[in-house]
Each structure stands twice: as C-alpha cells, then as structure tokens.
Design a protein around this ligand. Structure first.
Ligand SMILES: Nc1ncnc2c1ncn2[C@@H]1O[C@H](COP(=O)(O)OP(=O)(O)OP(=O)(O)O)[C@@H](O)[C@H]1O
Ligand SMILES: O=P(O)(O)OC[C@H]1O[C@H](OP(=O)(O)OP(=O)(O)O)[C@H](O)[C@@H]1O
Ligand SMILES: O=C(O)c1cccnc1
Ligand SMILES: [Mg+2]
Length: 549
C-alpha cells in the first residue's frame, strides 16, 4: 500500500462527523464567556484527564480514544452556523465581541501530552495532560472526556473477553443492533477490535476502520423456507470439473447416510431447514457456515448441515462450519464436534472434524469462564449485547481537572480523600522490576529529575503517609509523549492494528495476579517524596480551619 493510500485510510479511520466543538456541555461555553469577561483570555492552564477506579471490578484499564482526540483538536473551529446558534441560544446580554473571539479560536496554542494509545493504565495517572490558554483548554473538557471514556471502557471490556477466551479462539463483535445508538455501535466495533476482537459484523466499521468483517446468517433465513419445494434452483457447478451437480439430490442422499452414522432419523429433521441450508450453500459454497439451532440442533440442524456439507464436498467445495445460538453451548458444541469427528472417520474426510463451531447468545465474561470449566469445543464466540453496552459497568469515570494556572498549582479538595486531585504539572513514569514486569507507576513534579535505572527511588502513596516503598527499577518508561503542539499532530498516532498489538504487549507487562478475574491484586500508583510534600502543603494551605464551639 502506498503512503498516500495509507494516509487516506488513516484519515478515514478518524472521520466522525458529530465530533465538533458544539458536542459539549453548555457550561463550557458559559464558563468561556465568564472567563473572557473577567480578563482571563491570556491565562495559561494545565488540565489532567484521568479516572479514579478501574472498571469491571478489575485492576487495569486500556487507554483508547487518543487518535479521535487529535482529530478533534485538528478540526476544532466554530463554524458560522455554530456561532449563529450560540448567539440565538445564549442570553441576549452577551457582548458581540465574545462571538468574534470564539470564531477565531483554534487549538494552535494547546499542547497535549498523552500515554500511548493501547497501553494499560491505572487510576490517578493522567492519560492526557492538556496545557494552554485556559479558555480553550476548558472548552475541550467534555468532548475529550466523551472520546476517551467510552473508547477506553470498550477496549478494556474487549481485552477482558480476550483474556478469558484465550488466544486460540476467534472473537467476533456482533453488537450493532444492541449498541447505544449508531455512534455507540460504531465506536464499539472499533474499540472491540483494538481490545483484541478479530472482526465485526458491522459493515460500516469494516469500511471506515479497515476491520475484518465476518458473519453467518439469521434464523429468519431458515424460517423463510418451509419445504424442499421452496427451492428454485438446486444446481451447482463442480469447483474443478465444472460439471453440473444437483445439490438437493446429493444432500438428501447424504442425509440418509449421515443419519445412519449419528443415529438420528432423517424423518425428524426439518425439510424447511434443509432447503434453507441448501439455498445458502448455493449462494456461498466455499466456507459455507450455517445456523443450526432454529429447530433442534441434535435432531435437525446438525444432520442437515452435515448432509449439505458432504454434498458440497462432492461438488469440490469445503464447508466452513456451524453457528449455535441457543441451548447449552458447552453440551451442544461437544455434541457437534463429536458428530463431525464421527463423520470424518466414517467417510474418510479428516478435515470434517475441524469444522468451525461458532457460538452466540448473550455471552459475557462469566459465560466464557464457565464454558471453559465445562470443556467446550467452540472455535469462535460471537458477542453482542454484553460487550458493546458494557453491561457489567456502563461508564468509565474519567474526569478532567485543573491542576495549574499561570504556573500556580491548583488542588480540588474533597471529603473523600480518593477524590482530592494531585496538583501541579507532573510527569508519569512506569518502573519495571528485575523480572521485566511493571512494578509501579510513579507521578513526579515536572521539575524533578526522572528516575533512573538501578537508582533507588522512594515511592509514596499519595494520601497515606505510612505507605511507602523503595524501588530500584530495572527499566524506566516515561509515559508521556507530546502528541499535539503548535496546531499540528506532533506524534503520529499508530494505525489501528498496531494499537491492537500494543494492547496485548502492554498487558503482557502486567503480573498475572493483577489481571486475574477474581479478586485481582491492585497495581500500585505512587507519588515521589517531593510531590507528596507538595500535595500535602497545598492541602493544608487550602483546607479551611474550622472552629469548634
Ligand atoms: N453451558 C453453559 N454454561 C453457562 N452458560 C451457558 C451455557 N450455555 C449457554 N449459556 C448461557 O445461558 C444463557 C441461556 O439463555 P436463555 O435462558 O435465554 O436460553 P436460550 O438457550 O436462549 O433459550 P431459547 O431456546 O429460549 O432461545 C445465555 O446467556 C447463554 O450464553
Ligand atoms: O446475544 P448477543 O451477545 O447480543 O449477540 C448477538 C445476537 O444477535 C443475534 O440474534 P438476536 O439476538 O437479534 O435474535 P435471537 O437471539 O432471538 O435469534 C444473534 O443470533 C445473537 O443472538
Ligand atoms: O453474522 C452473524 O451471525 C450475526 C451478526 C449479528 C448479530 N448476530 C449474528
Ligand atoms: Mg439473542
């Protein structure tokens, strides 16, 4: 692929028309006006975008959405109709000069540093650091949050499914019909792929993001046929000889032979289903994949599928496999595999035992874990609702907090210590242990020297004085790169398939106990001694002293 083609692909992958400056909360614009009126146009701010708790009762999160954030910054501009709308909508007393100011706003003076997309990330470590004019940086809040929150939640969810499924099964995302609207569906397909899914049924996602599209067929295709008379054409040309083959006659013949092998009477099988499968096989003879649970997997679907697959074999084609969408998926997949194996042996067709078994129907992490325990024979999971709606936890709580203004640190206090923000312009480092695993993420003030390999560094819990440890890192990773500066993308985000690989390589750096499903060990996030003292001094300065009476 030429670099120009690649560029076009990359541009398309970021195309999303509804992401624009008005896709925000009204309060960003009203604050912008109030900042503007109070002479804060030249104030310079630092905001951190971070979350406080990992989703899905886990102890890790996958960071995603960065590429879309950069695209948003690139296109940030209020159109004439945006300005008109704001003029009509905001109170009448707004000074017209404010609209002139808005009209010329761009992100040219904003600088965004971020963690690489696809990395494992942890609570309180900023994913994005946004620096620049206060008003512009404030105006970005909601849109950046909406771009990062769902993307990271979805990528994390998908990565969790990949972890429980193991690397030897295929995972297909089937969720568009159940997603939170069209845009939720499209994002879900993209970030499921990043998180480790192999393909999607969503055709637009396939086109826009260059994700493999896959699929089988629905029950309606089967139920639309009632008898063998519903078949109009039954002739297929042999793949090699080009001779005419009658797929109906061959299938009926094979159904008798298969029924003798698996001890199921052909009378019990549905003729409507056989007609449907023949019809689908005529349309897609190579890799024919059939839904077999419309009437009865054991007594009808498997028998009909095997008959058509063997008939296709006579015509020089190899079938692909089956999908099961109801019933006990462990039992039925084992039954299907045993059936394929018996046929492989009876008719000396070894490939038949390897036919693909796809399972779907309300599958989630727990179902996969349970199926693993029971010993299933499923090759591919098709997963929709639970994956794309993130049913187990529908939102990641990323927030966007002011940490510095005009060089002065800012802290947000809270009764809940976990919600106190970590002030100032900071850097984040990941320190690795001798065995190569990530040990701890360390936040420091940007003025401090970076930790060094082999040098002892004191890592402190940000809020609990007694919790601290020395770490001698065997590797130090500075987590931030500048992605946006001087009005252009400063570091090119990686293409989707590389972000997808990054997820897996980043997950490999985590110890198994941090990734396990049940009661995982929390990963440590610490602050330097300097930052610890800085936080607590500022805290004392800002916390009012009460008076008891
Ligand atoms: N062996 C299994 N172990 C654990 N969960 C399973 C197993 N087989 C299927 N499941 C899950 O159990 C649920 C079964 O769904 P449900 O009760 O709606 O039955 P169904 O098979 O869809 O029935 P119907 O025939 O009415 O469509 C699904 O969420 C499915 O993923
Ligand atoms: O179960 P999910 O994880 O959401 O996966 C997608 C579902 O969508 C399809 O059918 P649909 O559910 O629309 O109808 P059906 O199950 O009644 O056949 C498919 O057969 C799956 O069941
Ligand atoms: O292709 C499939 O089998 C499919 C696609 C979407 C939803 N359910 C199933
Ligand atoms: Mg369903």
């Amino acid at each position: 692929m030429s670099s120009e083609e690649l560029n076009i692909k990359r541009k398309m992958a970021r195309q999303n028309g509804i992401v624009q400056p008005l896709l925000t909360d009204l309060y960003q614009i009203t604050m912008a006006y109030a900042y503007w009126k109070s002479g804060k146009v030249n104030d310079v701010a630092v905001f951190d975008l971070f979350f406080r708790t990992n989703p899905f009762q886990g102890e890790f999160t996958i960071f995603a959405g960065l590429e879309e954030c950069l695209k948003f910054l690139e296109n940030f501009h209020y159109s004439d109709s945006d300005i008109q709308y704001l003029q009509q909508t905001l109170p009448e007393n707004i000074e017209p000069e404010f609209f002139a100011y808005l009209k010329d706003l761009t992100c040219k003076d904003i600088r965004v540093s971020a963690i690489e997309e696809g990395s494992v990330v942890f609570p309180r470590v900023p994913l994005l650091r946004v620096e620049g004019p206060l008003i512009v940086a404030q105006l970005l809040e909601t849109t950046l949050l909406t771009l990062v929150n769902f993307a990271s939640l979805m990528a994390t969810n998908a990565a969790r499914y990949r972890m429980v499924a193991g690397k030897n099964v295929s995972l297909l995302e089937f969720g568009l019909r159940r997603a939170q609207g069209p845009d939720g569906g499209l994002s879900a397909s993209k970030y499921a792929y990043i998180g480790g899914f192999d393909g999607t049924s969503n055709v637009l996602a396939g086109k826009m993001f260059n994700i493999p599209v896959r699929g089988t067929h629905a029950h309606s295709f089967v139920t639309s046929f009632s008898t063998l008379d519903d078949l109009h054409s039954v002739i297929i040309r042999h793949a090699e000889t080009q001779n005419s083959c009658n797929l109906l006659e061959l299938s009926i013949e094979w159904r008798k032979r298969v029924s003798a092998v698996i001890d199921i009477s052909p009378e019990e099988a549905s003729d409507g289903e056989l007609a449907a499968l023949i019809s689908y096989a005529l349309a897609f003879p190579s890799g024919f994949l059939a839904l077999v649970d419309t009437y009865d997997v054991k007594r009808s679907g498997l028998l009909n599928f095997c008959a058509v697959a063997l008939a296709l074999n006579d015509c020089g084609y190899r079938a692909g496999g089956i999908r099961i969408d109801s019933g006990d998926l462990a039992y039925l997949s084992v039954l299907a595999r045993e059936t394929f194996e018996s046929i492989a042996e009876a008719f000396k067709l070894p490939w038949f035992s390897k036919l693909t078994i796809v399972a779907s129907n309300d599958i989630n992490e727990e179902t996969i874990l349970s199926l693993n325990e029971q010993g299933h024979k499923i090759d591919t999971f098709g997963i929709g609702t639970h994956l794309v709606t993130c049913q187990r936890q529908p939102a990641l709580g990323c927030v966007y907090k002011l940490t510095e203004i005009n060089g002065q640190p800012r802290i947000k206090l809270s009764q809940d210590v976990g919600k106190v923000t970590i002030p100032g312009h900071k850097e984040a480092y990941r320190l690795f242990g001798a065995d190569g695993h990530a040990l701890i993420d360390l936040l420091q003030r940007s003025s401090e020297p970076a930790p060094e390999v082999g040098q002892k560094v004191l890592c402190r819990h940000p809020f609990q004085e007694s919790k601290r440890a020395y770490v001698i890192p065997s590797k130090v990773e500075h987590l931030y790169k500048v992605y946006w500066k001087d009005g252009i993308i400063h570091t090119m985000p990686k293409p989707l398939h590389e972000v997808r690989q990054r997820v897996q390589s980043s997950l490999r750096t985590l110890r198994q106990d941090i990734k396990r499903n049940l009661n995982p060990t929390p990963y440590k996030v610490a602050v330097s001694d300097d930052l610890y003292n800085f936080i607590h001094d500022l805290w004392l300065q800002n916390a009012p002293i009460g008076e008891l009476s």
